[in-house]
Design a protein around this ligand. Structure first.
Ligand SMILES: NC(=O)c1ccc[n+]([C@@H]2O[C@H](COP(=O)([O-])OP(=O)(O)OC[C@H]3O[C@@H](n4cnc5c(N)ncnc54)[C@H](O)[C@@H]3O)[C@@H](O)[C@H]2O)c1
Ligand SMILES: [Zn+2]
Length: 299
């Protein structure tokens, strides 16, 4: 779809697609070489979080070559220049990497994933089009959608949360809870519809939130799981979500009670603790309805 448009516009392009899920340092370094070999001047990042994150790292290194080892980009690296001009086109409804200031790279030697946070990596343009996500099979729709829900719930309960991020996260929880089941059903039937559209929007709105306040222990553990077992990111996040919520409940029951409301639970008459439990139950039910495996099964 995209290359047809480029051809029609007479824009020369070259493809780099040697990117594995949970992308590695080598995927980034090979991408920098490919970018330079092609004499390119911009990037169109098409794919899930793995492709978009790799594109972000490539774009940063091309304009900040002192970080060519990739590892030195971990955390908040002092890059001086914005990444090369990038148009991000997500094909999964999950990571929101098209709008976040983060990217995540795997270091197979050290068996860890590391997160890079850099406002210089934000793509100039994000094309969030549910048609580009229409080819996702049901399992991928479910797991990436649960990743988006994890972003919204962790963003809502993190210490950095405030009124502005709450607006994004509350709405994202609502959109994802209302649309994920339908989106998975549409993937099974091969007839994309309003569920797919709602998920494209919900994951994007979640990204507008969490990119500003960060995530939590679910993502910390999910990255470790993926580094050791190459677990798909969405599956790791989804399996751990009720466990992380349970762990956090003693310090944020009231926030979790609001998550229950966003998920459509009638919490009238419940204490904060009871409503928090209802939020955890709603997450477990959603996971079960879209066939997310339990931790033990997946391991
Ligand atoms: N930058 C961020 O803010 C951010 C946020 C969350 C996660 N991440 C990272 O993103 C990565 C996960 O990304 P993801 O969950 O989008 O999956 P992914 O990009 O790893 O893709 C998973 C698989 O799905 C395939 N795929 C992608 N789109 C498809 C489509 N439309 N139809 C059929 N197959 C398709 C891919 O080729 C791949 O095999 C992880 O490395 C994670 O750490 C980044
Ligand atoms: Zn995630």
């Amino acid at each position: 779809k995209v290359t047809d448009e480029l051809d029609a516009a007479g824009i020369a392009w070259s493809l780099y697609s040697e990117i594995k899920p949970n992308p590695t340092i080598k995927n980034v370094q090979d991408g920098v070489e490919a970018y330079q070999a092609a004499g390119a001047d911009s990037i169109v990042a098409i794919g899930g979080g793995s492709s978009m994150d790799t594109a972000k790292a490539i774009g940063i290194i091309v304009n900040n070559p002192e970080f060519a080892d990739v590892r030195s980009l971990e955390g908040v690296a002092p890059t001086k220049n914005h990444a090369v001009f990038t148009i991000a086109v997500p094909t999964t409804a999950g990571t929101a990497a098209e709008v976040t200031i983060n990217y995540v790279i795997t270091d197979p030697e050290k068996v860890r994933k590391f997160v890079c946070v850099d406002t210089n990596d934000a793509p100039e343009v994000a094309v969030v089009d549910p048609d580009m996500m229409a080819s996702m099979p049901a399992g991928l729709t479910a797991s990436t959608g649960m990743d988006a829900l994890t972003h919204a719930i962790e963003g809502y309960t993190t210490k950095g949360a405030w009124e502005l991020s709450d607006m994004f996260h509350f709405e994202a929880i609502k959109l994802i809870s209302e649309n994920l089941r339908d989106s998975v059903a549409e993937a099974k039937s091969g007839q994309p519809g309003s569920g797919r559209e709602g998920m494209a929007l919900g994951q994007y709105v979640a990204g507008m939130g969490f990119s500003n306040v960060g995530l939590g222990i679910d993502h910390a553990m999910a990255h470790t799981l993926s580094a050791h077992y190459d677990t798909p990111h969405g599956v790791a996040c989804a399996m751990l979500l009720p466990i992380a919520m349970e762990f956090n409940k003693p310090v944020c029951a009231e926030r979790l009670a609001e998550v229950a409301v966003a998920m459509g639970v009638d919490t009238a008459g419940m204490s904060a603790d009871e409503a928090a439990d209802a939020a955890i139950a709603a997450v477990k039910q959603l996971s079960a309805d879209v066939n997310i495996p339990h931790v033990c099964e997946a391991m």
